[in-house]
Ligand binder design. Sequence first.
Ligand code: FES
Ligand SMILES: [Fe+2]
Length: 350
Amino acid sequence: MTYLRNVWYAAAWATEVPQSQLLARQICDEPMVLYRDDQGVPHALFDRCPHRFAPLSMGKLCDGGTSIQCGYHGLRFGADGKCHHNPHGDGRIPIAAVVKSYPVVERWSLLWVWIGDPAQADPALIPSFPFLDTEHWYVATAQMEIDANYVLESDNILDLSHIEYLHPTTLGAGQSGEGKTSVTQDGSTVWSRRVIRNEILPAFLYQATGLPDQAPCDRWLDVRWDAPASMYLQADMALAGTPREQGIQSPQAHLFTPVSAGKTCYFYSFSMPKALGPWAEEATQRNVEALREPFLREDKPMVEAQQRALAGRSFWDLKPVLLDVDAPAVRARRVLEQLLAAEQASHLSK
Ligand code: FES
Ligand SMILES: [Fe+2]
């Protein structure tokens, strides 16, 4: 399993890394420690002291939050990863006393980390999630760990035809499967769009949206995918036959960061515009909590079972039967494979 390296990975919700705390996280098999200095600027270092391999996340912040002191024998490392203090002997700093320092950008309520060539770490490459801007939006965030490869999770969000079968009492309903899916591609960005007309929604969704109980509705489920697995889902509902803009709009982020080949950190969110008024703050939180049930009890067990069924073989090796609803997920897999191949080719040519 190889990972795309020259890409931004969602490493944590910004709120997970308050000042004066260390957060240990593993991304693409690399252990890292995330923290903020006293100015609030986030940093990420490889989470293994080069002396006796203690995780730096078991140490503590010092020097005004600019250094981590290893919790085992006290070597201190700056945000550039270099050891600048050795409390032992003559205090000489061994040349090899350095850990990798990762570019980090705080944007859209998230900390994004770049594990590849730092010279290519352009923040403009981070996909846009304006509804995660807390100045204009109430943003409720959540996360969970999934014991499955992150690409199976992209597949899951890019093919929402599953909601009728996997979420029959929460997100899906009797006619969800009759929706039409289309795929478009813009550069390396893939869009999956799905429209479902004239549908009686499950009670869960009438409660969540305030739409009149049992009223037939139209639904739009648009998903934008960017490598490696950063997805924006615009899930809108309106009374059947009325314009989409007059309905309930629900922009969500679904971001999947590989911990390892078989484990994924799943970040998701629900947002409502602050312009709706203070009542929307509580509704935003309630909705993200409501989503946890189907994600935890329905999607997670299914995707983890898929991972077990693959039993270490690749997705294509098992020769999956493809349906028309698979078009967006297959397109995203192809783009990911092309990006990986291009990265490996440029690596070999160096
Ligand atoms: S293991 Fe870090 S200073 Fe010894
Ligand atoms: Fe689902």
